[in-house]
Design a protein around this ligand. Structure first.
Ligand SMILES: Cc1cc2nc3c(=O)[nH]c(=O)nc-3n(C[C@H](O)[C@H](O)[C@H](O)COP(=O)(O)O)c2cc1C
Length: 413
């Protein structure tokens, strides 16, 4: 989101100049961008780069945001929208918002216990939470500590026994869905993230200094045992590589270029509940997922962290939803930062949206309450826009309400 759209102008006096909340109180954040800025102040630079960065030139990362500007809503007027709501049903269960918290690894680098905090915020908002394979908590801890609807994400890492262990634990914990991530067969080069380190697992001196400037973060995250370990993966690493520090540098090499549709078929046989494939952008791949009997697909480019030349998932949504929307549950993610973004995706045929960084900003800025604040912002924005569009529920949103084309930027038309 370019700052120039929000914060202007050099002719105003410093006292009256537009600016975001400059402090650390997440409750003062009126939107996700403002929450992002609060989050930025609370965590050291290397942790921020890990969350924020994309692959290579960060083109996919930027495209994820820009793509929303290409769609404009044409509202219907004079419709009574009293009593409107955002309820929907995902996998046969009603939820208050069309949202799922996406799997993100190493949440404990933002807040100790970050996974449980996010899961609690999701449960309080009545939406599912998806735990990552490279999380800092196990599925049963999340189920015990948060309740609600818990999904488990699977990376089929090249470590014998790991897949069965993750699947068996998810099953025993009662996870509702298994989300198999397929777009990390080869680990993306997040160059800005890598620049935080002078050697594998060793922070660059400027990043070390920056850590010292965040004593509250250090007390919360680093004291007394250091970064929290990758508990789901740890037992499958050599003993000397089981710490979080060495895991960060070892795990990327475990991503398996051999994963294929045969793995999906095997998972379909093994996993008795909802099976979701996360990492799809090609309509033909959705067709294969349907044929194998998957229950859902996530249209995603991994938040711009993998293939840098990938399209924004929302660009692929209309074609995929038209062809397959009645046959499989379609999730989409990437760059969702406004309630209107969510409604655009629903209008284009998504059943629900996954949130990655939006709730991570909340977590970094204010723990569980901060993540709830992020969900609250998005929920109230979506509710407001729904009313402004003359819609009473998500079912009223259709592609016909959207116009596509290059956005007309202020001052150019
Ligand atoms: C810090 C971070 C860690 C992530 N870790 C995982 C992961 O472990 N597994 C996975 O399938 N996707 C992972 N993702 C991708 C997200 O699930 C999601 O696809 C992406 O964040 C959506 O884009 P957004 O952040 O713009 O909302 C991660 C994303 C971020 C930002």
């Amino acid at each position: 989101m370019p700052a120039s759209r929000w914060v202007s102008s050099s002719t105003e006096s410093a006292a009256t100049r537009r600016r975001y909340h400059p402090g650390r109180d997440f409750r003062r954040a009126l939107n996700i961008e403002e929450l992002r800025r609060v989050a930025r102040r609370r965590v050291p630079g290397f942790a921020w780069e890990y969350v924020e960065g994309g692959a290579e030139d960060e083109l996919a990362l930027a495209r994820n945001r820009q793509a929303f500007d290409g769609w404009r809503f044409v509202p219907r007027t004079l419709v009574d929208t009293t009593g409107r709501h955002l309820r929907t049903s995902v996998f046969g269960r009603e939820q208050s918002l069309p949202l799922v918290i996406a799997p993100t690894g190493l949440n404990g680098v933002l807040r100790r216990g970050g996974d449980v905090m996010l899961a609690r915020a999701a449960a309080a908002a009545g939406i599912p939470f998806c735990l990552s394979t490279v999380a800092n908590a196990r599925a049963d801890e999340i189920v015990r500590g948060a309740g609600g609807r818990v999904w488990m994400q699977l990376y089929a890492l090249n470590a014998p026994g790991l897949v069965e262990d993750v699947v068996a634990r998810a099953e025993a914990a009662g996870c509702e869905a298994l989300v198999f991530t397929t777009d990390a067969n080869v680990f993306g080069s997040r160059e800005w993230d890598r620049r935080s380190f002078r050697a594998p697992g060793k922070l660059a001196p400027r990043m070390l200094l920056d850590v010292l400037g965040h004593p509250r973060w250090m007390l919360d995250v680093m004291v007394p045992h250091g970064l929290p370990p990758f508990v789901n993966v740890m037992d499958f690493l050599p003993p000397e590589a089981r710490t979080a520090k060495s895991g960060v540098s070892r795990i990327p090499a475990l991503f398996a270029p051999s994963i294929s549709w045969d793995d999906v078929a095997r998972l379909r046989e093994r996993w008795p509940r909802k099976l979701v494939i996360k990492g799809i952008l090609d309509p033909a791949d959705v067709e294969r997922a349907v044929r194998i009997g998957c229950d859902g697909v996530v249209l995603t480019n991994h938040g711009g962290r993998q293939l840098d030349s990938a399209p924004a998932p929302i660009e692929m949504l209309p074609e995929i939803a038209r062809a397959h929307g009645a046959r499989i549950t379609i999730f989409v993610d990437g760059g969702f930062r406004r309630g209107s973004d969510i409604l655009k995706a629903i209008a284009l045929g998504a059943h629900a949206v996954m949130l990655g960084r939006a709730t991570l900003y909340g977590l970094a800025a204010g723990g569980e309450a901060g993540a709830s604040h992020a969900l609250g912002i998005l929920g109230s924005e979506a509710d407001r826009v729904l009313g402004q569009l003359g819609c009473r529920s998500l079912a009223d949103l259709t592609p016909a309400m959207l116009r596509e084309g290059a956005p007309t930027m202020p001052g150019t038309g």
